[in-house]
Design a protein around this ligand. Sequence first.
Ligand SMILES: [Zn+2]
Ligand SMILES: [Zn+2]
Ligand SMILES: [Zn+2]
Length: 117
Amino acid sequence: MVPYNRQQGDDGVTHARCTWDGGICGITLDDLTPSGVIRHLKAFHFNNPLNAWENKKRGVCRWGHDCSGCEMNYESLGKHIASVHLRSTARPCTVCGRQFARTDTLSRHQLENCPGA
Ligand SMILES: [Zn+2]
Ligand SMILES: [Zn+2]
Ligand SMILES: [Zn+2]
């Protein structure tokens, strides 16, 4: 299953097709940071006064088809989408190249079980 298209650049993920609400916007995001994702959501998916963006409002993530339907504050959606769906916060191990979503799991890996260390 390929819920969204990802392209691999030299320094990891650089572009990803938006799949919010099944990708109705048809936009390819070139800023996969949490703030870039939020900027896109505000501009294309919460641009209706009836459905206005509020940081503290709770809602369900509608990215792709592989989300558990997690409910969260809108302001958390950017970080959630970036890390869970786009993995743009992934950090590669500089020794073996394995990707880690969080810097603390990466440093634990490098200390304990990196095959190249
Ligand atoms: Zn979109
Ligand atoms: Zn999600
Ligand atoms: Zn490693």
